[in-house]
Every structure is written in C-alpha cells, then in structure tokens.
Design a protein around this ligand. Structure first.
Ligand code: FRU
Length: 509
C-alpha cells in the first residue's frame, strides 16, 4: 500500500492541534493562579499581539502571535480563537506556522468578497491573511531586508490556510523594521490599502488584488511620539456628527506615557493615497502600562471594535505565570468625541460584556466622609466585576482593592493634579522586573465637572474607563491571593450620584 506521506503528516498535526482544542474545552483548565477569567488567553504558552482580527459569517476571529513551545517569546505562529460575542472564546488549532521565509509576525485578515485575489473557488469567499514574514537567518546575517509581507488564504472559515506561492508580495526596500500590515478595502477606488509600520513612520501601499502592492505615501516622521519603534498600525474611518474622520492608530515600543509599550493615534483625513492629520499632537488610546499592539476588527461595518495585548514588552517575558503567559484586553468599542484637546477617541468595554453579568448591587446618592467599605458588594465572585461610579462634582477619591496579605491596588482620581491613577506598588508579586511596581497616571480630558468611571476588574488586571471613556488605563497585577476587599477612600466629603457593582462570570467555566 502506498502511504500518502503528506496526508499522514497533516492528519498527525491536526490530531495534535485538536488535542489542544479538546483541552480548551476542558473546564479543569483556566483555574491556575492569575489566570484571567474574563479575558482571552491561550490554554498554554506564550501569546503577544492580536492578529488578523476579522468578523466573518457571524463569527469573530482572533489570531494571535503565539509560540506553542514555551512561555517566552520564540518563533512566531498565528494562534487562532473564535467567538460569537467577543466575550466567550474557543481556541482552535494553530492557523499559520513558520516556514522557509521565516516566522509569522503580526498582520491582518480581510474578507475578499469580490474575489480580487482569485483565491476564491466555487463561489467560496476567501479570507485572506496579510502578515510579515520575519526571516531570523537574514536578521542574524545583519541584512536589513529580513521582514517582508506575505499572504495566505482560507476557504473554510479560517480553519486551514494556504500560503500564496508568490510570497512575499511586498519586498523590503531596506528598512530593518518593516512590518505589521493592516489592510482595508478602500471602496471609492476599488483597491486595498495597506498601512505598514516602517521603523519611525507609516508607509501606505495599495493593491487591486492583495498581491501587487505599490507605494502611495508616507506619514509620521514629525508627528506624535517617537520614543521607540512604530509597530502594529491601523487605519479606519469613524463618524462624528455625520462627518467622516480617519483614525490612524500607531503602536509604539518603547516610549509610552507610563513607560514601555503603548498605543498612540492621530485623527485626520485620508483620500485613498495620503493621510493628513488634523494636528501632529501625541494622543494615547490607553495610558496604562498594559495595553499594546491594539488594533480593530475588520469587516464590522461602521462599528469599530478594538482589542489590545494586555502586557508590556518591558516585562512581558517575566510575568509570574507558569502555564501560559499574557492575555488580551477586554474588547472595546471606539467612538469619536469633541474634547478640550480636539476630536479624540473614547473607548468603552463592548456591551456584549453583559453576557457574563451576575448580580448587581447598586446605590444612589451616597455621601462618603472618609471610607466606604464595599467588600460585601462585590458578590460571590469577589475579584471579577464591573464597577460603575458616577459623580456630579468630581473630587479626589481612591478605590482600594486589597487582600488579607496586605497586598493592594489603588485606583482613583487626584484633583490637585487633575489625573486618574492606578498604583500597583504593593499589588503582590512585583519583584520579577524592576519597572513593574509603580504608580501610573493619565490626564482627565473632559471639561465637564461631572465624572463617571467604569472599572473592569479581573483577578489579574484592572481596566479603567473614565469620563465616557475619554481616559482609559489598563494594568495587570499578580496578587498572591485574590483582592477580596474593596473600599472607597476620600480626604474631603464626596457625594456619589450612583454606584453599581456587577459580578462577572468566568468565560471559561
Ligand atoms: C509588536 C511586535 C510586532 C511584531 C510582533 C512579533 O508587539 O513586535 O511589531 O510583528 O510583535 O511577535
């Protein structure tokens, strides 16, 4: 009998991968110390950037930078997970493996509805992934051309992928950092537009067919923050009062507002060839230390849903978890708002978060003179909840999340400095890297006297959205015991308009 060797290997690999998937379905997992209960993390091993996020046939796809052999960064693959509601995730077999052209670095995925690529067969719409091939040998050899853009397609909902024989489709012109293509359909001119991070600026390319790319323009050498390398960009339109603006997201590492990696953005216009910003100021999408490589889902119409990696390159390889390392943020809806700094982005956790709501405890018109103990209000889940606070007149306050070991995270607002803050100096395990402990701040961007705050608390992270999401901050933490206590502390009398705490059920159990 003649054995089909290729088929045998494919079945073996699939078998292994499906074993991984079966593990994911097994609820004995996701119980480890520090395991996020509301956020996506893979069953095991290393994860960084979200990649190839695309909505297709009522399913949200999330691919991600993945190293399936260790809990430190290594030869990159694209892991794969799917969700119907952006909240519950099912991990699937690895989508893209490294090959002779290199590791599979970050990139995007599109639904090629018009079959411009010609990859569609028998009326099947292809999903096309556009990613960076990073050639480690070229890097070692000291060349400057080891990052090139390639494509792959899937005709079965992203389950299996075929790499294009003509890869790479966009060759490196001699720029060491030449990566992270984010592609969108520019309907007006019936062409694809690629936004690419090219060291210290963005280069736009276009192609009719996802294969033949030509350079359109460059942006950013003299705009925004430049404390590090520009990575993982995104370009998309958003409306405000009926008018269309274009948002250019640029991730930066290092050089973030609180150290290390962070996401900045520009608002302006795009004419199919060139991005023109309204101004060149630096604006941060999230001021906290732990939102990075954030970009949006493609094919979601006018809704723009953002997801970041919930970590920071400063210590991502050292955080104290054993089976897996790192996770994603809560998905966030983006919208534009007129603020005192011009038109800016406001972010809010997606409303689908309500799918895991447990009980709510709410109170109205409470006056706090010193300390308000809220421990009894966090429900059975204790360290997984959404807290919503509304104040008619903003004054300083501190929310203290703590445990009986004396570990604590302080979150709040300082009216002298007009800043929100997250302080994880005494949050638990902090010694694994020297810059991890610290107090992180963010400006208040609204002119309004009133204020609102939403906190999404998981057992190893806090996400803050203040003033309708104008200021947001994300920070991870590693307590040696869950923070089961919660208190609101003030120096001066504080009048609370409303306060509600809603427990959040685990997405894994
Ligand atoms: C951002 C990044 C990308 C790159 C990927 C490699 O975190 O450095 O620029 O494609 O991670 O894993």
């Amino acid at each position: 009998m003649k054995i089909n060797f290729k088929l045998f290997i494919a079945l073996a690999i699939n078998g292994l991968s499906f074993a991984g998937y079966a593990q994911n379905a097994n609820v004995t997992h996701y119980n480890e110390p520090h395991r996020p209960q509301l956020h996506f993390s893979p069953v095991q091993h290393w994860v960084n950037d979200p990649n190839g996020m695309v909505y297709f046939n009522h399913t949200y796809h999330l691919f991600f930078q993945y190293y399936p052999e260790d809990i430190v960064w290594g030869p990159m693959h694209w892991g794969h997970a799917v969700s119907k509601d952006l909240i519950h995730w099912k991990e699937l077999p690895i989508a893209l493996y490294p090959d002779s052209l290199g590791y599979i670095f970050s990139g995007s995925a599109v639904v090629d509805s018009n079959n411009t690529s010609g990859f569609g067969k028998n009326g099947k719409v292809p999903l096309v992934a556009i990613f960076t091939h990073h050639d480690p040998k070229g890097e070692k050899a000291g060349t400057d051309v080891f990052q090139n853009q390639s494509i792959a397609y899937s005709l079965d909902e992203g389950n299996t992928w075929t790499k294009y024989a003509g890869n790479p489709v966009l060759k490196n012109p001699g720029i060491r950092d030449f990566r992270d293509p984010k592609v969108m359909w520019y309907a007006k001119e019936k062409k694809w537009v690629m936004t690419l991070a090219t060291k210290d600026h963005i280069t736009f390319y276009s192609a009719p067919d996802l294969k033949n790319w030509i350079k359109e323009s460059e942006f950013g050498l003299r705009a925004g923050a430049h404390g590090g390398v520009w990575e993982c960009p995104d370009l998309f339109p958003l409306k405000l009062n009926g008018k269309t603006y274009w948002v250019l997201v640029v991730n930066l590492n290092p050089g973030g507002p609180n150290g290390g990696s962070a996401t900045q953005y520009f608002v302006g216009s795009f004419d199919g060839n060139k991005f023109s910003p309204a101004d060149t100021q630096t604006r941060w999408l999230d001021y906290g230390p732990d939102e990075y490589a954030g970009i949006t889902w493609s094919n979601t119409g006018s809704r723009k849903i953002f997801l970041g990696w919930m970590s920071n390159w400063t210590y991502a390889n050292q955080v104290p978890t054993e089976k897996w390392r790192n996770a994603m943020t809560t998905p966030r809806d983006l919208r534009l708002i007129q603020s005192k700094q011009g038109i800016v982005i406001a972010s809010a956790p997606v409303p689908e978060l309500a799918n895991i709501y447990a009980n709510t405890v709410a109170s109205k018109n409470v006056v706090v003179n010193q300390t308000l103990d809220l421990s009894a209000k966090t429900g059975k889940l204790k360290s997984q909840y959404v807290l919503k606070l509304s104040l008619a007149q903003l004054k300083s306050y501190t929310l203290k999340l703590s445990n009986s070991k004396g570990e604590e995270v302080l979150v709040g607002y300082d009216d002298v400095k007009d800043q929100y803050f997250i302080d994880r100096t005494k949050s638990g395990e902090v010694d694994f890297q020297k810059d991890f402990a610290g107090r992180f701040t963010a400006p208040r961007l609204t002119v309004s006297k009133s204020s609102d705050l939403t906190l999404v608390v998981d057992n190893a992270s806090i996400e803050l959205f203040a003033d309708g999401g104008l200021t947001s901050m994300t920070a991870v933490c590693f307590p040696n015991q869950d923070y089961t206590k919660l208190a609101l502390q003030v120096d001066k009398k504080l009048k609370i308009k409303s306060l509600a705490i809603t427990g959040l059920k685990s997405i894994w159990h």
